[in-house]
Design a protein around this ligand. Structure first.
Ligand SMILES: Nc1nc2c(ncn2[C@@H]2O[C@H](COP(=O)(O)OP(=O)(O)OP(=O)(O)O)[C@@H](O)[C@H]2O)c(=O)[nH]1
Ligand SMILES: [Mg+2]
Length: 366
């Protein structure tokens, strides 16, 4: 008789009780309790859920690609979750190719982070154009907050209509909030709270997790795809916490003269190089230090204070790389995964981020 393999309901891994060093391990006693209570978690999820301790387990790119390829081979709805705070870092390159003819429903998550004053319609419109530049033509776009349970019922209705009785795969880059969203869906359907493990660390979900619909099809949580340019991969636990906003962003405006610099802790820098007196508005986690200084002194200041006053910094003190922009005003300079700065009037600016983290420019979204 072959024993049925059971999976961790927190991360999706197959559970084993033999080798503590291998993936999916859980001690025998915990296994028995878990089976009896229908709450079987692996040891890694247990530590993450109760002590917020992360044991790194990585999934190779080829496993992700194989998973996406499988989705393209079956008839299913693809629910692509995007982090509205880091749209650029949320993009899966080649997504339309992978999903084949399946419809894509875009879920812009974490809208609770946007200031209350924002015009969601405008953001939605901007997002649509952004997606189109990546060759993605979604069947629909919905803006939600998995964490604050905003628009979850509306999302469920849309999934139900578009999936046409088939499976719905929730896909996306790691850390965009797929599992948090599914937990909110489960809760909204009257299920238990926070069944699936979520965390601020990238790489939480490790295998597909099936949540059955009534008709035998499933809503499927999937492991996040690693976008190597995501800021999260360059930060240690403490820094990641400090950088990730938990609440509505509180914009901070500076009046700048030419040749002034703003440091974004030890992680980024903005120089106002030339132009009339200008206003800039910063959208970062409120814990992130914004420090103004003179451009002429900025290099020396950075070398001296990176890692003490200018903290946090990246794990290996990666050098910052610089991009220069001539702007007409009304643009956002986006530091992928960190936040953005709106430059209100025309001028010449430079932006710096750790090498490997992208800096992009867009029309101001707020
Ligand atoms: N502010 C805010 N934070 C959210 C929201 N949804 C998720 N988060 C946070 O984002 C982080 C990642 O959430 P997860 O649900 O684990 O993300 P995931 O996409 O499942 O990540 P992987 O399993 O690694 O692919 C956690 O710190 C969540 O609390 C949201 O709607 N708003
Ligand atoms: Mg997850």
């Amino acid at each position: 008789m072959t024993e049925e393999v059971l999976h961790c309901i927190g991360c999706g891994l197959a559970i084993q009780t033999e080798d503590p060093k291998e993936k999916g391990y859980t001690p025998k006693s915990a296994y028995e309790k878990g089976v009896a209570s229908n709450q079987l978690y692996c040891q890694r999820c247990f530590k993450l859920r109760h002590y917020n301790q992360l044991e790194k387990v990585s999934i190779s790119d080829s496993q992700f690609l194989a998973m996406l390829h499988d989705i393209g081979q079956t008839k299913a709805l693809v629910v692509n979750v995007i982090d509205i705070f880091d749209v650029y870092g949320s993009m899966i390159s080649g997504l339309p190719r992978f999903v084949g003819n399946n419809p894509i429903l875009i879920v812009a998550n974490k809208i609770d982070l946007l200031p209350k004053s924002v015009n969601l319609k405008r953001i939605r419109y901007w997002l649509q154009r952004q997606l189109s530049s990546y060759g993605i033509k979604p069947i629909d776009i919905i803006m939600v907050s998995g964490k604050k349970k905003q628009s979850i019922d509306e999302l469920l209705e849309k999934i139900d209509v578009y999936r046409q009785e088939c499976d719905a795969y929730v896909v996306g880059v790691t850390n965009v909030g797929k599992s948090t969203l599914i937990n909110s869906i489960i809760a909204s359907l009257g299920g238990k709270q926070d069944v699936i493990t979520t965390s601020q660390f990238p790489g939480t979900t490790l295998d597909n997790i099936h949540i059955p619909f009534d008709n035998g099809a499933s809503l499927i949580d999937t492991p996040g795809i690693i976008h190597r340019h995501q800021m999260a991969h360059f930060l240690d636990e403490k820094a990641l916490k400090l950088v990730s906003p938990q609440k509505e962003l509180k914009p901070v405006t500076f009046q700048l003269h030419a040749e002034q610099t703003i440091f974004l802790a030890g992680l980024g820098r903005f120089d106002y190089l030339a132009g009339e007196k200008n206003a800039i508005t910063c959208y970062f986690n409120k814990e992130l230090l914004l420090h103004r200084t003179k451009l002429s002194n900025a290099n020396a200041f950075f070398d001296k204070h990176r890692g003490d006053l200018l903290s946090p910094t990246t794990q290996d003190d990666i050098a910052l790389s610089r991009v220069e922009f001539k702007v007409d005003g009304g643009v956002d300079i986006v530091f992928s995964g960190l936040g953005w700065i709106t430059v209100h009037h025309a001028g010449k600016v430079a932006a710096y981020a750790p090498k490997g983290v992208d800096i992009t420019i867009r029309e101001a979204i707020i």
